[in-house]
Ligand binder design. Structure first.
Ligand SMILES: Nc1ccccc1C(=O)C[C@H](N)C(=O)O
Ligand SMILES: [Zn+2]
Ligand SMILES: [Zn+2]
Length: 209
């Protein structure tokens, strides 16, 4: 059996969310007891909390929603790169371009230690020319352990726009602390939520035999 790394954040009430967004919540609608044979819960989640995939609808009004996204970008071979040396933003010079050659999915590790307990406003963004170059190389999915490809305060979302131009897909909020850089099989499927601009994913990396 090949090893599986779970690279998803646990979803719970304290999962960090974008400033101003409501907290994730799990509700209990029924509990096992007299006359009730089951526990039944429900949940609320901001769509960009935790480990999630942005749908094209997030950055374009005519973009596909999570229900309409084709799934092939979210499953298949990928390469994980360590870019912890990047400062502020991942730039062209921070990337080992030879390591990416031929890979359709690229995940970038920016954190020394993923901030599970508080929102980090100073996460490491990705320069839009990095996205454009990945797109030109045939990369179809970019993933990061940061909360977003663009800086928290960005109003232009340049990296998201470069993703749109190259018709790539995005994973954000991955937990990559325990995974050595290298090549893996990625599985991270968005839920089929009609009209959603993003969706939680259960993201895993599988060791390639
Ligand atoms: N400004 C926000 C306010 C609330 C919720 C999300 C955002 C985002 O910007 C999301 C980010 N672009 C993302 O793709 O994760
Ligand atoms: Zn997002
Ligand atoms: Zn995003």
């Amino acid at each position: 059996m090949s090893r599986i790394w779970d690279i998803s954040q646990p979803l719970h009430t304290a999962v960090p969310v974008w400033p101003g967004e409501p907290a994730f919540a799990l509700h209990s609608h029924a509990v096992i007891g007299d006359g009730c044979p089951v526990n039944v819960g429900g949940m609320f989640t901001p769509l960009h909390a935790g480990t999630h995939g942005d749908a094209p609808l997030h950055y374009a009004n005519d973009g596909a929603s999570s229900a309409d996204c084709e799934l092939d970008a979210y499953i298949g071979p990928c390469v994980l790169l360590d870019v912890r040396h990047a400062r502020g933003r991942v730039e062209i010079a921070d990337i080992d371009w030879d390591a990416i050659e031929g890979s359709e999915r690229v995940l970038l590790r920016t954190y020394e230690c993923f901030p599970h307990d508080q929102w980090d406003s100073d996460f490491t963004a990705i320069a839009s020319d990095v996205i454009a170059r990945l797109g030109a190389m045939g990369v179809r999915l970019i993933g990061t352990d940061a909360a977003s490809l663009d800086p928290e305060q960005s109003k232009t979302l340049d990296a998201h726009q470069a993703v749109k131009a190259a018709d790539m897909r995005i994973l954000e909020g991955l937990v990559l602390d325990d995974v050595p850089p290298g090549r893996y099989e990625l599985v991270a499927l968005p839920l089929r939520i009609v009209g959603a601009d993003a969706s939680p994913v259960r993201a895993i990396l599988r060791e390639i035999a």
